[in-house]
Structure formats: C-alpha cells, structure tokens
Design a protein around this ligand. Structure first.
Ligand code: GLC
Length: 739
C-alpha cells in the first residue's frame, strides 16, 4: 500500500474514532450535564469496581474539608470550602487552625442579606458566577453556600448569611446564585436544611412547627434551589425537627428532599451534625463531615475512621444489619458529584481577584444599601457641600470580613467606610473618631474592648462639635453574640454604648446621620432625632467605596429591606410568645407564630413596625400609575399579567424595586393579610416612564392546606396589590379565580 493510501487510512480511522469518542473529548458542552445515560453508565461501572471499604470511605471526611475519593480508580478527592460570601482561607488538614497560606485571599462579596436587599436576581447570578469562578480557581468542588434559612427573629446570630424573612424573595434570589456558581463546575451547597432559624442551642434544639409553616415559610427557598436551581449539594442543619436530627431526618431528607423534590445531588452534614449510624444510613445522609467538632473551634483529631458512616457503618453492613444497597445509593450520588465537578474535563478553569469580581462586589454593595430616613435633605452629601465631615464609629474602620464564624474570609483588600470617605471627599475634609470600641472576634465569650469607653466618647463629642456634619458608622459586628455563628444576640439593642454616644453627639451637633452596618434589625431609640439613616450591611471588599458612593450621591440608593425592623423586640412574632417560641427551653422550641413570620405578623396583628419589609427610599421620586390586569377571571393554570406605568419624577436617575402582593379575600383557613408574589427592579432615568409588567402564576396564590396535606388554590376573589413596600400599596386590582 502506497504511502499516500496509508496516510488517507490514518486520517479516516482518526475521523471515525473522533466521532465515536464521548462528546466531552470533542470539546463540546460538558457531557456530564447533557448525557445522564452516559454518566449513569459510568457511575455503575465505577461502583462495580469499588470494594466495600472504598465505598465506605467515599461517605465521610478524611480531613476538615475533604473526602478521599477512590485513589485506586482515579476518582478524585472532593474538596469543600466555605462560604456564601467568598472562598474561605485554607485550613490545616485536621484542625480548625488556618493554614496561613499566602495565596488564599479572596474577593469578599457582600453578605447575602445585602444581596437580598437588592431585589435583583440578575445581580444574584453574577454574584454566584463570580464566587464560582474563584472557588474553581482555588480547586474547590463544593462551595458551602448559599444559606437560605428564613429570618424569624432579629436575634439570630446568622441572619446576615441568609436572604431575609420572605420565602418568595429568598426563592427568587437563591436560584440564580446557584446557577451562577454551578456554571463553573463547582457545586453550590444550599444550607442549613432545615428550620435552623437561630444559632442558640443550634446543635440540639428540637423545633416543632406546623406543616403550614414548614411548607409555606421554611421550605420554599430550599425547594426552589433544588427544583429550579438544580443544586448539586444540600447541607443538613444541626438542630432537630419533630424529634429527629435534621441531618438524618426521614421526613425532611427521604420524603421531601429526595422524594417529593427528586433531589439527585449529595446531602452532607453540617460539621458535627451526624449523631447516629442507622439513621444516617437509612435517612439519606450521603457525606458525613466534621463529626465531634463544634464546626467552629474544636474537634476530635483523626477521628475519621470512627465516624458514624465509617467503621460503624461498615460493621453493620458486614453483619447484615444494614443493606449494602443503602451504601451504593450514597456512592452513586457522590460519583455523580464527581462527574459534575472534578471529573468533568470541560469545566472552566476559574479565576480570582479579577477587576470583574471587584466590580460585582461593588455593584451588589451599592444596590443593597437601604436609605431609611432622609429629612432636611441630609443625604446626599455632595462633595463641597461641607468643609468638615466627622466620621465617627468603630464600624467605620473595623475589619468586618473577619469573625462571624464559618463565613469568615481573608480579603485581598477591604476598603473601610473611613477609607471610602477619605478617598471621596479628601483627607482634609474628614475628621475621624472611634467613638466606641468592641473586643476582638471570637466564638466563646464577649471580649471587652481594650479602650476606655468614656475617653472614646469624649473625643468623639469634640470631633462632632468641630464638624459641619456627622456620620456615625455603627451597628453590630462579627463578634460573639452579635452577627456571629454559634450563638444569638442577647437583645435587639445597639451594643457597645452606641445609643448613648448618638445622644451625646446630637447634643453638640444636630446635623447627624447614622449608617447602621448589620445583618439584623436593631432598636433605634434616637430615630426621631436624626435626619439621615441608612441600613447598610457587611459589604465586603469594596464596602467603603460603595458607602461613599451612596452617601455622596454618586450612586442613588435602591435597596429595600429584606426583613422588617420592629419598634421593639416583643412586637416580632417569634418573640411575642415567651421563651418556648424563642429561643426554646433548651430542649424544645415551638414556632407559635406559625405562618405569620415577619410582615405577615405585623400586617395580620396590625402592629406598626419601625420600618416595614420591602421599604427603601431613593434620592429621586417614583410615580406609580394605576395597575391593570390583562383580564378579570383566571383559571388555576393561567398567568396574571399585571402592568402599570412607573415614572421617575425626580431629577436623578434611579432604580425602584416594585413589589406585588396577593391577598385572598375569603380563605377557608387563616392566611396572612398579604404575601409577596412578585417583584421587579426597574431602572429609570430622571423623567423617564416605563411600562412595568409582572407576571403572576395563579398557582402561586395557593396555600398549604394541612388538613389534606396539599397545596390548595381556592375559588375566590384575590386582591393583587402593586407596592413600593409591604406597607405602601400604590394600586390594587381584584381578580377572580375559578376552578
Ligand atoms: C459550620 C457551619 C456551616 C459551615 C460548616 C463548615 O458549623 O454551620 O455553615 O459550612 O460548619 O465550616
């Protein structure tokens, strides 16, 4: 055969081989996301080759943040990292000590409560994608976030990691976040499933809540993350629900998560949340992490072989007490995670600390800040308006990316509010005084400040006296029993003497504004005396720039409250029934407010909050036209199309998060006065008018009927309200639903 023919034969053979190859080698879309048959075959093949011991090893940790894979078969380790706001620093293999690497700093994105306050799902996708890129670059296969537990009480130490009090808002914001993360071949791990709405006694408290509260309030965001976001991992919570630990809870995991919702990913523990081999084996736990640790600061070293799903599980399989099929089901899910992440040859390579990452961190921070009060045109403080601006408060300089628990981060940069104000106005125009001081972040007790409070206050008052305007950067911080994992706040008050400081400052300078930085509502006894007030958040790396851009008017604030701010703690549903409803009696806790969480409580009980859910001002004004629906009567499978004109009637470009609430007129069971069932963030130039359209699925107006254990839509009249907050209805239409 001539040389030419031989060459032609090679080309032909290569061509045939190329097209027979699995598509992933052809550089096309990731095979594992498109061809489940192929993946399932690969999973069964791998499973058939693994020994019993190798399969057991896949189901539990080998180190603080990894599982071993199967080295003999080339199945990679699975590496996990916190957390919801950025990729956490590296840890020692087997201790809660940081590894002190020099290349593990990250972009710190704003806390998820800030993301929720943007009411902007597009930003949520960009946030998730940026986080996923950094996690991928840092070779993480699972990022341990987002957290979607509902904000039930302003005392919960971890509310800053979650998406607020409303299940619809949390559902709409969590889906794009998950999609953004997983686009990078990194698994998002939605947490903490479920009813983990406080951190006090988190590792043992038994929560009792009704089926209605479970289905209407506490599960929707998790359900959306699974059924719409297609999340690849879910983390069980520490607490118990109806007497069984959530990390191996038959109702939550087998029936709801893996049964009703058809979750095909891996269900992992929180660190130290497994307690029983037989329950863990039978009730859907796939990966056990962190047993015998508090998930924060201490743990039993090298305990991995004694984990509940380690030797004890192996022994029970060998004795026949537990079936090997239970193990195989776990390993199938873990292998599917491998194929979706570190065995997908086509997943992106990731990147970190890029200008785009900084830009999204800044954008979310700017869009999340909420303007709550603005009298006498206190804000914006344009450059040149004042000669001397006093910046007072520890939160103007304190590093707030540290502490707080597992969401702690090592920022490559963290621009403080003080730095942002100096960069914006020039150092000659900024006076600074600490005003108050707290101790260092830790997880066991409240360390006292090293500074003398009286001298700090005296200095701050002098600074205020000599200034034209005063901005106090106060709020909470990431210290123990503030916005911090492992326990809750003791009360709703501002800590470290801030209330007294504000009063003293006002005595010498009435031209004072307050910027609260927190993940929770705080009491504001001085509210009537200040002209300007903002609810700000843990804004991350670019926080100081965002704060200065909003304060100076470079950016128009557009955030809306993702939770209600009560006048006093007892006005809040969970805190109005005594200790059994919160924090519980140390063993049990009963969610007595039931489905009336947040504004649902305030509206139905006719209690006026200090600031309502969905509230937020702008430097411009918006005029809402009369809303119309596309018709008057609807069937259950239809969609209501609501439209209305929205005009920016002010002189400054701005954005408005318009909200849609639904009220059933004659429900057969108690329903909240109104429930959020739609929203849209609308950008408008000064003077511009847009037609806003919001679609409402009629089926979304159903309620969970615990008498028949099913979602129920009743034939009735429903009021569809368009609003700028849960307490400011701009127009309403009544529609009829006919079955
Ligand atoms: C912690 C937290 C959880 C975190 C995990 C790993 O205890 O509850 O959110 O992802 O342990 O640090």
């Amino acid at each position: 055969m001539t040389k030419v023919l031989r060459k032609l034969r090679c080309i032909l053979l290569f061509g045939i081989a190329f097209f027979l190859l699995p598509t992933n080698l052809q550089g096309q879309n990731s095979l594992y996301l498109d061809d489940t048959k192929f993946v399932d075959d690969r999973i069964e093949d791998a499973l058939s080759r693994m020994t019993l011991e190798e399969k057991i090893a896949m189901c539990h940790a080998q180190s603080k943040f990894s599982t071993p894979g199967c080295p003999r078969l080339g199945i990679p380790e699975i590496w996990m990292s916190d957390g919801p706001h950025g990729v956490r620093m590296e840890f020692m293999w087997d201790s809660w000590s940081h590894a002190d690497w020099t290349n593990d700093s990250c972009t710190v994105y704003p806390a998820l409560t800030c993301l929720a306050a943007t009411f902007n799902p597009i930003l949520s996708f960009r946030y998730g994608n940026a986080l996923g890129e950094e996690a991928r670059y840092r070779k993480k296969d699972i990022i341990l976030g987002p957290g979607v537990n509902i904000y039930r009480t302003p005392l919960n130490g971890r509310n800053f990691e979650y998406l607020g009090e409303d299940p619809f808002l949390a559902s709409k914001m969590v889906v794009p976040y998950i999609q953004g993360v997983q686009k990078n071949g990194v698994a998002a791990c939605m947490k903490h499933f479920a009813l983990n709405n406080q951190d006090k006694w988190r590792d043992s408290i038994n929560v009792e809540a009704s089926d209605r509260a479970l289905n209407e309030i506490y599960l929707p965001a998790f359900k959306a993350g699974v059924t719409e976001g297609k999340v690849w991992a879910v983390m069980g919570s520490y607490n118990r629900f109806r007497g069984q630990y959530c990390s191996h809870n038959n109702l939550l995991v087998n029936k709801i998560l893996k049964g009703d919702w058809k979750f095909d990913g891996v269900f992992i523990t929180d660190w130290g949340s497994a307690h029983n081999t037989i329950e863990a084996a039978r009730n859907g736990l796939d990966i056990e992490m962190g047993s015998w640790t508090n998930g924060l600061s201490w743990g039993l070293s090298s305990a991995y072989n004694n984990y509940y799903l380690a030797q004890p599980f192996l022994r029970k399989i060998k004795s026949g007490e537990l079936s090997e099929s239970l193990l195989n089901e776990k390993v199938r899910r873990i292998l599917r995670l491998n194929f979706r992440t570190n065995m997908d040859r086509n997943r992106p390579y990731g990147k970190k600390l890029t200008p785009e990452h900084k830009a999204i961190a800044l954008k979310v921070a700017e869009e999340g800040i909420v303007l709550l009060k603005n009298e006498k045109q206190f804000f914006p403080i344009e450059k040149g308006r004042y000669n001397k601006i006093a910046v007072i408060g520890e939160n103007a300089v304190k590093k707030l990316t540290q502490g707080g628990g597992s969401s702690e981060l090592k920022p490559q940069e963290e621009i403080s509010p003080l730095q942002g104000m100096i960069d914006k106005y020039g150092k000659d125009h900024i006076l600074f005084s600490l005003g108050y001081a707290s101790g260092e972040p830790n997880y066991s007790n409240e360390l006292p400040s090293l500074y003398n409070a009286d001298s700090l206050m005296t200095a701050a008052v002098e600074t205020a006296r000599n200034a034209d305007v005063v901005i106090l950067f106060g709020g909470l911080n990431k210290n123990f029993q503030q916005d911090c994992e492992g326990d809750d706040r003791k009360n709703m008050n501002l800590p470290f003497g801030q209330d007294e400081l504000i009063v003293k400052l006002l005595e010498v300078n009435k031209n004072l504004g307050v910027v609260i930085i927190s993940g929770n509502a705080v009491s504001m006894p001085w509210i009537s005396k200040v002209n300007g007030l903002m609810q700000s958040w843990y804004l991350g790396s670019q926080g100081g720039i965002a704060a200065a851009n909003i304060i100076s008017g470079k950016v128009n604030p557009s955030g809306k409250l993702p939770f209600s701010i009560p006048k006093k703690l007892e006005d809040n549903g969970a805190n109005s029934f005594g200790p059994i409803a919160y924090p519980g009696d140390g063993h049990n806790e009963v969610y007595k407010e039931d489905i009336l969480v947040g504004y649902r409580w305030f509206d139905t009980k006719k209690i006026k909050p200090l600031f309502p859910f969905g509230y937020g001002l702008s430097y411009t004004t918006f005029v809402y036209g009369k809303a119309r629906t596309d018709k008057r009567t609807y069937r259950p499978d239809e969609t209501v199309k609501i439209s209305f004109n929205l005009t920016n009637s002010g002189k400054m470009d701005g954005s408005e998060a318009v909200q849609l609430y639904v009220t059933q007129k004659n429900p057969t069971l108690l329903r909240p006065v109104k429930e959020l069932k739609g929203f849209s963030k609308v950008a408008l130039k000064a003077g511009e008018t847009k037609i806003v359209e919001i679609n409402l699925k009629v089926s979304d107006m159903a309620f969970y009927n615990d008498k028949i254990s099913a979602w129920t839509l009743e034939q009735d009249d429903y009021e569809i309200s368009i609003a700028s907050s849960s307490r400011n209805i701009k127009s309403a239409n009544t529609i009829k639903v006919v079955l």
